[in-house]
Design a protein around this ligand. Structure first.
Ligand code: 5GP
Length: 205
C-alpha cells in the first residue's frame, strides 16, 4: 500500500436497490476528501441530466475507442448500453491522497477487484426481494413484462454479495448513507493503511 494514497470505495449492488440515490446522499455530505468518479456512458441523457455532471455522454464508437486506448478502469454493457470508469481521474485523485467513490453495477465492480485489490467494496442490499420488486415496479421506467426479467437478473446479482467487504441494507436512504459514511471513516484507521505513518515509532534502538 503506497504512502498517503487515497482509498478507492466501490458502491455496488443489484439493479433497483437505490445505488444512485444513496450515492447522491453520500456526496451531499460534502466530504471534501471524497470525490465521485463521473462515469462514461453510451445511453442517452435523461431529462435534467448534464454532460460532465451526471455522466460523460459518448457515442458507441467513442466508447469503444476508450476501451482500445485502455482509458477505462472497468467497463460493462448494461441493458444495451456501455458504462465505464475513466482511469485517469481515479489515479490522479488517489495519488493526491483523496478518496474516490465509484457507483457501478456488479460486473464492473468485479473488474475493479482484479485491478485494485486494496479498494473497499460495499454491497448495497435490499431489505427483501419483495421490497426490491416494489422499487423496480415503482420506478416506472420498466414495462411490466420486463420486471420479472429484471428480478431474475437482480437475484443473480445478489449472489455476488459474498465477494464484498461490507454489506449495507438500504432500508432507508439516510440510514444507509450514515452506515457507509461510518465505513469510509473507519477504513482510514486500518493498521495496514497507517503502517507507514508510524513506522519510525516502531523501530527499536
Ligand atoms: P443508469 O442508466 O440508471 O444511470 O445506470 C444503470 C446502471 O449502471 C446502474 O446500476 C449504475 O450503478 C451503473 N453504472 C453507472 N456508471 C457505471 C460505470 O462506470 N461502470 C459500471 N460498470 N456501471 C456503471
Amino acid at each position: 500500500m503506497e504512502r498517503n494514497e487515497g482509498i478507492l470505495f466501490v458502491l455496488s449492488g443489484p439493479s433497483g436497490v437505490g445505488k444512485g440515490t444513496v450515492r447522491e446522499a453520500i456526496m451531499e455530505g460534502r466530504n471534501e476528501t471524497l470525490h465521485y468518479s463521473i462515469s462514461v456512458t453510451t445511453r442517452k441523457p435523461r431529462d435534467g441530466e448534464i454532460d460532465g455532471v451526471d455522466y460523460f455522454f459518448k457515442s458507441k464508437v467513442e466508447f469503444e475507442q476508450m476501451i482500445k486506448n485502455n482509458e477505462l478502469l472497468e467497463w460493462a454493457e448494461y441493458v444495451g448500453n456501455y458504462y465505464g470508469t475513466p482511469i485517469k481521474y481515479v489515479q490522479k485523485m488517489l495519488k493526491k491522497g483523496n478518496d474516490v467513490l465509484l457507483e457501478i453495477e456488479v460486473q464492473g465492480a468485479m473488474q475493479v477487484k482484479q485491478n485494485f485489490p486494496n479498494a473497499v467494496f460495499i454491497f448495497l442490499m435490499p431489505p427483501s426481494l419483495t421490497e426490491l420488486k416494489n422499487r423496480i415496479t415503482n420506478r416506472g421506467t420498466e414495462e411490466a413484462h420486463l420486471i420479472e426479467n429484471r428480478m431474475s437478473v437482480a437475484k443473480e446479482e445478489i449472489q455476488l454479495m459474498t465477494q464484498y467487504d461490507y454489506v449495507v441494507e438500504n432500508d432507508e436512504v439516510e440510514a444507509a448513507c450514515h452506515r457507509i459514511q461510518a465505513i469510509i471513516c473507519a477504513e482510514h484507521y486500518r493498521k495496514d493503511r497507517l503502517y507507514y505513518k508510524y513506522k519510525n515509532m516502531l523501530e527499536v534502538e
